[in-house]
Design a protein around this ligand. Structure first.
Ligand code: GLN
Length: 270
């Protein structure tokens, strides 16, 4: 485990606020540069005057006693087989954190393993951490993968339209204890069948959207930072002031435009 309390740029030297972030297996689970999410988080948090203290947890490492935000990226079946048991052993702590409103963002292969289980393309049954009441099955050879740009409307208030990119064979189905994170406008989402995208439990979010996701979606980034601050500071935590960051809004608008041009409007696949 590495503790990384870097000196922040001079503009944030007097920051009053800070959040603790755990990144899980970022040396293994980094499809489509999902590690970019932590880079975007640091940059956006600095603009809000919030320090970010990152603890990177990989295979065999213990979790810290507490945190405000957990990030995990995507990975292919091979990488998922490497981490599944180690991650599932952290399940009780991760579920307790989710119940205590720790913010989380689990992407694609990480999202699948934050569910109950994942039956991969070889038929192997991988255990999940059980944060989300979702189950994922890869239908196996001969089935098309769900690939392409996605636009989805977040169910989470204040986050709005999301732009991302998906590439997964696994189809994820929500159990009775899961709510969708978003509804698909373009692309496939959880399974190409029910129009749902991702899952949420309190402040924990699972999604198929790579991007990297956070640089393309500043409203989601602010949502996660605010949730992490509420966990750190309690319910009286001051809301984030809006920051004029036209470059971030432009990045979002460009990603939405590209996705609409290149992708398929959502319609049932079966
Ligand atoms: N291995 C998983 C699938 O294909 C997840 C892939 C990913 O994280 N992009 O379903």
């Amino acid at each position: 485990m590495t503790n990384d309390e870097q000196a922040q740029p001079s503009s944030t030297q007097h920051a009053r606020r800070s959040i603790r972030v755990v990144t899980l297996y970022d040396d293994v689970m980094n499809v489509y540069a999902d590690r970019g999410n932590v880079i975007a988080l640091r940059a956006r948090a600095a603009e809000h005057g919030v320090d970010v203290e990152v603890t990177s947890v990989s295979l065999g490492d213990p979790l810290p006693d507490d945190t405000d935000l957990v990030l995990i990226g995507g990975g292919q079946d091979r990488e998922q087989r490497r981490i599944a048991e180690d991650l599932a052993a952290h399940g009780p702590r991760l579920r307790a954190w989710a119940d205590e409103n720790v913010a989380m963002l689990a992407i694609c292969g990480g999202y699948q393993l934050f569910g109950q289980s994942y039956r991969d393309g070889t038929g192997a049954e991988l255990p999940g951490a059980g944060v989300f009441d979702v189950t994922t099955v890869a239908p196996g050879p001969g089935w098309a993968r769900c690939i392409g740009d996605v636009i989805a409307t977040a169910v989470v208030p204040g986050v709005g339209e999301l732009a991302g990119f998906e590439n997964h064979g696994g189809r994820t189905y929500l159990g009775p204890g899961a709510r969708p994170f978003a509804m698909v406008d373009y692309g496939y989402g959880n399974n190409g069948d029910d129009g749902t995208e991702g899952a949420q439990r309190n402040e924990a979010i699972g999604t198929y959207l790579h991007g990297s996701l956070l640089p393309k979606n500043p409203a989601l980034l602010d949502h996660l930072i605010a949730a992490a601050l509420r966990h750190r500071e309690g319910p009286d935590s001051e809301p984030l002031a809006s920051i004029g960051a036209p470059y971030a809004e432009r990045a979002h608008a460009a990603a939405v435009q590209v996705a609409k041009r290149r992708s398929r409007r959502w319609s049932r696949t079966s």
